[in-house]
Design a binder for this molecule. Sequence first.
Ligand code: CTP
Ligand code: MN
Ligand code: MN
Length: 495
Amino acid sequence: MLPTALPTRKRRRPEVAFARGREEVKFRDVTLYLVERRMGKSRRNFLSNLARSKGFCVDDALSSDVTHVVSEGNSAQELWNWLEEQGFGEKHDRHVLHISWFTESMSAGQPVPVEIRHYIQDPSVDQKSSAHSSAKQDSTVSTYACQRRTTLNNHNKIFTDALEILAENLEFCGDQGPSLAFRRAASVLKSLPAALRRQEDTQRLPCLGEHSKAIIEEIFECGSSSRVEEILNDERYRTMKLFSSVFGVGLKTSENWFCRGLRTFEQVLSEPSIRLNRMQTAGFLFYEDISKPVSRTEASALKIIVEEAVICVNPFATVSITGGFRRGKEFGHDVDFIIKTPEAGQEDVILPAVIERFKSQNILLYSDLQESTFDIRQLPTHCFDAMDHFSKCFLIVKLKCEQETDARAARDWKAVRVDLVAPPLERYTYALLGWTGSTLFERDLRRFARLERGKLLDNHALYDKATNTFLPANTEEDIFAHLGLEYIEPWQRNA
Ligand code: CTP
Ligand code: MN
Ligand code: MN
């Protein structure tokens, strides 16, 4: 059990970061008002102080001085109902705007010109134009996953499953480029608020190439895709899928085994010329357990175990679930944890100590500790390699179960894959964002930062090429704001 007097895990936003009252107002014709409803008090305070620190005048009350009303998360209807209740009078020089105008202005360091897309129109005043604008919104699904909200509620699973099998098959063939195109197409469909009803619905969507559209068309007509059926029966696809499902067996090894005529685990394990490495050995040993999905309940049980171990080393360190579970998934292939240490340098000792403790508890089945290779002088990284340089470990641990999983073996535990990462404190936010995923969401965040904003983002830092400076961030919201992006909650990052 956890000790009851844990240090408070939820840290307050560092409101002290902006000293109030002394900022000089730089933009005299603009007075902002941020709507607290849905935004929440603390975020509103934070954004207000951020704006003041950049020379904006922010009114706490909806006074007659206000020129720009900014709202986040409210529907047009509820916002305008509320504004009416406040006696908000319409004036031609008064703008009611979406948070995107605010984030873009913060990023630019000055009020950006108001464009049509920034407005939140009063639905009762102009039915026609609001109908028009919602139709327009439909046609402007972003090509970047980081500008789409993708929950786990996928209305187009029949199409996305097919497209992802095509993508996976191309990956198995080493065609990374075409594979990514299918992944992007699937991701766009996952973000839609409803199922496609007919082929024409795909017309205005980005990232859907001819091949993707043809697959969708066939599914509309026949209920399934013949190409997908073909792949599912393909010997190479099936074998690659099987081999690469083993922890420690990547695409290269899978292909090598396939090319040598091997098709089953038995054949691999009885082939005398194959020498498995330590990771692959563990992968086969615990295959039955770790190939099964881990549930959210199991993830929570593991969190307590990890927390206990971490707190033994450092009572002020905190543990958070990241990866798929942070995005709201009910099942995962592993459980990812990120550890926050209150002082610099502690991140290097915590993981070895956690591993030692698991050993002494007799729950460690496999561990691969990767010590930190992080060197602040090597930032910014121009080419992103999938791995970051933080201290991390990939583990297989025993998780006690209620019932015995296997009566014959009389086991009361299940083997579970666990990933731990411990970044230095000042790198924590970037690491948290990077480890939350999804992979495609992260990829597009970095691509968006580079191509649209001239900034370099990775798990270590955000760097502005124009000013040659690193941009500080205490929260994920700060990073989105630096990029001029609307904040996307973790559960909306299932791109
Ligand atoms: N990640 C990373 N650096 C690593 C390992 C992982 O940045 N060295 C990131 C991945 O890009 C991913 C996230 O950590 O976005 C979680 O990785 P993973 O556990 O593989 O995927 P999940 O999204 O958690 O999916 P699942 O539920 O299947 O585990
Ligand atoms: Mn995971
Ligand atoms: Mn992981």
